[in-house]
Design a protein around this ligand. Structure first.
Ligand code: APR
Ligand code: PHB
Length: 389
């Protein structure tokens, strides 16, 4: 098979890129290792920046987003006692929208056939070839048959563990990484949220986040050591801990219920740069990971593919080599700023091993400063709603 762009991975990055290219009539094929049900089964953050909702709108994929997404005019930081509201709408004129990543993926998946976006699921042994040439290819097995896609470019949208980034020789790039010494234990439950806006709390006992998927489905997290076992956290213990860490106001509004899902995820900051090697471009988690504090993962994937689609459309329509050459630097400028924000919010809201009374006092002082400074609130709000593209 021959195509213009072979896209590896049918997560948000791969799907969005595929739709953006098809909207301009550019030939592309998405190759995905997993089955569609698996792709839709992943539970991840659900806070969309306006740049991301604008992108879905531009693609005409906003019907369910408009009907079911919850527009949030602000969010809260908490210091264990009080809630510090960051009024993003008043401070920046922008909002975020709560709409689960699962729902975004479902909308992209459902729209693919009608828009001529071919997705090959259940592809085994996906391997990249000749990425330093002008004629790269991707091989894989499908239903036991060996397949090859010859393309002009490959887009590596295959997440942190996919083969694309690994196809780049180590000498051609650098990895920058911080692995945090804790994870987030998350619980998803069909109960109304405790508050209509997100609450990120830093309590003496540790971090907690109150989030939501809808008016009837809540998502909460606490931080735990990575050595912790989910089995040590029966629902009641987790609800009790959340009520303490989130503070009295949130606890008063909290409805408890059985977990639909409960799991622990490692926190990591990671960047591979540059995001291009020869005919291979990386986008989304394939190139970078942010800790979930601030919910930037999906939004960064969306900004990457906005830049990448611009570059590829420029090349296919106008033979514009500069756009292709500029992709990595353009994407990384935004990636590093989002890495900084996610890291700084993580540092502010978590207790790190080795932190003592001094570090705690610094966090309390910073939260108090934020509570009383419009300038500090504006800096946080600008990053939270999404930096301009
Ligand atoms: N071959 C083909 N596809 C693969 C392979 C492989 N060997 N390995 C992984 N994939 C697929 C995965 O099954 C997944 O569907 O690549 C896709 C990558 O999707 P994501 O991990 O969702 O990454 P991305 O699209 O960059 O989205 C970034 O989603 O992962 C979250 O937290 C992340 O919110 C962020 C956003
Ligand atoms: C979530 O709803 O899962 C969520 C929200 C905000 C975050 C991380 C996760 O920062």
């Amino acid at each position: 098979m021959k195509t213009g762009v072979a896209i590896i991975g049918a997560g948000p990055a791969g799907f969005l890129l595929g739709h953006l290219l098809r909207a301009e009539g550019i030939e592309c094929v998405v190759v995905e290792r997993a089955a569609p049900e698996y792709v839709l089964g992943r539970i991840r953050a659900g806070v969309l920046e306006q740049t991301t909702t604008d992108l879905l709108r531009r693609l005409g994929l906003h019907e369910r987003l408009d009907a079911e997404g919850l527009v949030e005019a602000g969010f809260c930081l908490a210091d264990g006692e009080r809630l510090i509201r960051i009024d993003t709408q008043a401070l920046t004129g922008k909002t975020v929208t709560v709409y689960g990543q699962t729902e975004v993926t479902r909308d992209l998946m459902d729209a693919a056939p009608a828009r001529g976006l071919e997705v090959i699921y259940n592809a085994g042994d996906v391997t990249l070839h000749d990425i330093e040439s002008d004629a790269p290819s991707v091989t894989f097995t499908h239903n036991g048959v060996a397949q090859r896609i010859e393309a002009r470019f490959i887009a590596g949208c295959d997440g942190f563990h996919g083969p694309s980034r690994r196809a780049i020789p180590a000498r051609a790039g650098r990895e920058v990484e911080r692995v945090y010494p804790f994870g987030w234990l998350g619980i998803l439950a069909d109960v109304p949220p405790c508050h209509d806006e997100l609450i990120y709390a830093n309590h003496e006992r540790g971090f907690a986040l109150a989030s939501l998927r809808s008016k009837a489905r809540s998502r909460y997290y606490i931080d735990v050591p990575m050595t912790e076992d989910v089995a040590n956290w029966p629902d009641d213990r987790l609800w009790d801990e959340l009520a303490v860490r989130l503070g009295p106001e949130a606890a008063a509004g909290m409805t408890r219920g059985p977990a639909i899902e409960k799991s622990i995820a490692q926190l990591r900051s990671y960047v591979f740069e540059p995001m291009r090697h020869g005919s291979l471009f990386l986008a989304g988690d394939a190139a970078h990971i942010v800790p979930p504090t601030g919910a930037k993962g999906l939004n960064l994937a969306a900004s990457d593919v906005t830049y990448l689609s611009d570059a590829l459309i420029g090349w296919f329509k106008r033979h514009d080599n500069d756009a292709i050459a500029g992709y990595s630097a353009r994407a990384l400028a935004r990636v590093w700023k989002c890495e900084r924000f996610s890291w700084s919010l993580t540092r502010l809201m978590h207790r790190f091993p080795g932190d003592g009374p001094f570090e705690r006092a610094m966090q309390v002082a910073e939260l108090d400063y934020i509570a009383n400074s419009v300038a500090a609130q504006t800096a946080i709000a600008e990053n939270y709603v999404g930096l301009p593209l």
